[in-house]
Write a protein that binds this ligand. Structure first.
Ligand code: FAD
Length: 387
């Protein structure tokens, strides 16, 4: 079945990435989870290998390969078993840099993309605020135009790479009275006076730095505006299709990895004189989970193909994100049960999987918001255009 979507080249890429992670990341991941961040050198190593520019043109140092390389990247990154690592390394190419690539000026592309792709610079995408997460249009950070600069005041929270990043693609209100139409995207260099960040303590995703960022009278050149003033909300909504598809692919991969891991354990663990994978009650649960993971995975591949072909998949990507992240959360919860008491012990991989999967149904648009979007499209026949 995989050969419907993946060529031999994709599979060679998968093997290379898996070897890279086995050598450079997996042996260090426990340490990085404890440290609460991943070291900057790993971005550079990934950049050297070309892993951070799969979706970027060659003129900026990318390889501009088809979307199934990104699918492989996302699947293998989830198998490192650190949601925090996956989030940290995915933000620059697929969220912060992706906005600059899609809507930024040549000046912004030349300034930020080559160093993002080489791993020298780390990006963050700052939309959420203490008073506005799901309700994106309600953000309060203001960027006031003063001559050739914008002066930015406000705060952001829950921002992945918030402390470590070199630049922040931030959602700001350039016209606070105009609602969603008054929102813009702007690139803020992390070392600009008035920018400060503190790290948050989290339930999971320990290896990623999640920050609260404050902007006090931050002066940013007007040429750092991405695209047109007042178009920020539409750029954000437009990029959500990719982000949600990526989260769906990640969710299905995390569920599959957890199941493989549980099956290995169940083939070794004995109770009542037999291996626990021989108990019918557990076998049926495995059968259900396998079928659900298979269904989610191939739905995601189908959407990946549509996305690659330039088709709008706003409704479908919302469905996929809803189904796959809910599935990951439930499947990993059930897998942990197969480990008995060992599932509750930190030294066992499944404990981290359990913590890390919980954010899937909250971040990048919660399950409730996905249901709202789907309901609007299915019931009210609202049509969202691809930006
Ligand atoms: C680890 C982590 C990393 C993150 N990384 C980033 C990042 O890099 N950049 C960024 O900008 N943000 C990031 N976020 C923020 C994330 O996107 C938000 O937490 C998420 O969008 C939800 O917003 P909120 O937390 O404000 O919850 P709220 O919007 O306050 O929602 C609270 C609850 O109400 C529900 N709800 C809200 N509106 C509705 C509705 N209309 N109908 C039904 N239910 C509703 C929600 O589903 C949720 O269950 C991150 C968050 C975490 C925890």
């Amino acid at each position: 079945m995989n050969e419907y979507y993946f060529s031999e080249e994709h599979e060679l890429f998968r093997q290379g990435l898996r070897q890279f992670y086995a050598k450079e990341v997996i042996p260090n991941i426990d340490e990085w989870e404890k440290a609460g961040e991943i070291p900057k050198y790993i971005w550079k190593k990934m950049g050297e290998m070309g892993y951070l520019g799969l979706n970027h043109p060659e003129k900026y140092g990318g390889s501009n390969v088809d979307f199934f390389y990104t699918v492989v990247f996302q699947e293998e990154t989830l198998r490192v078993n650190s949601g925090g690592f996956g989030a940290a390394v995915g933000i620059t190419p697929y969220m912060a840099g992706a906005h600059i690539l899609a809507s930024g000026s040549n000046y912004l592309k030349d300034k930020y993309l080559p160093k993002s792709i080489s791993g020298e610079w780390i990006g963050a995408l700052a939309i959420s605020e203490p008073n506005a997460g799901s309700d994106v249009a309600n953000i309060r950070t203001v960027a006031k135009r003063e001559g050739e600069h914008y002066v930015i005041n406000g705060s952001k929270t829950f921002i992945t790479n918030g402390v470590l990043s070199d630049y922040i693609v931030a959602a700001v209100k350039t016209n606070p009275e105009a609602g969603a139409g008054g929102m813009s995207l702007i690139v803020i260099d992390r070392d600009t006076p008035g920018v400060s960040a503190t790290k948050l303590n989290k339930l999971g995703w320990h290896a990623s730095d999640t920050g609260e960022i404050s902007f006090v009278d931050v002066r940013v050149p007007a040429e750092h505006l991405i695209g047109k003033e007042g178009h920020g909300f539409y750029y954000i909504m437009g990029r959500f299709q990719l982000e949600r598809l990526m989260m769906a692919i990640g969710g299905a991969s995390a569920a599959e990895f957890a199941l493989e891991h549980a099956l290995q354990y169940m083939s070794e663990r004995q109770a009542f004189g037999k291996r626990i994978n021989q108990f019918q009650a557990l076998r049926h649960r495995i059968a259900d989970m396998s079928a659900e993971i298979y269904r989610a995975k191939y739905f995601n591949y189908h959407l990946a193909k549509m996305h690659q072909d330039g088709k709008p998949v706003v409704k479908e990507a919302s469905m996929a994100k809803l189904l796959s992240t809910e599935l990951a959360d439930q499947a990993i919860y059930k897998c942990l049960q197969f480990f008995g008491g060992y599932g509750f012990i930190e030294d066992y991989k499944i404990a981290r999987m359990f913590r890390d999967s919980r954010i899937g149904t909250i971040g990048g648009g919660s399950s409730e918001i996905m249901r709202e979007i789907i309901a609007k499209m299915v019931i009210d026949e609202v049509k969202y255009q691809k930006v």
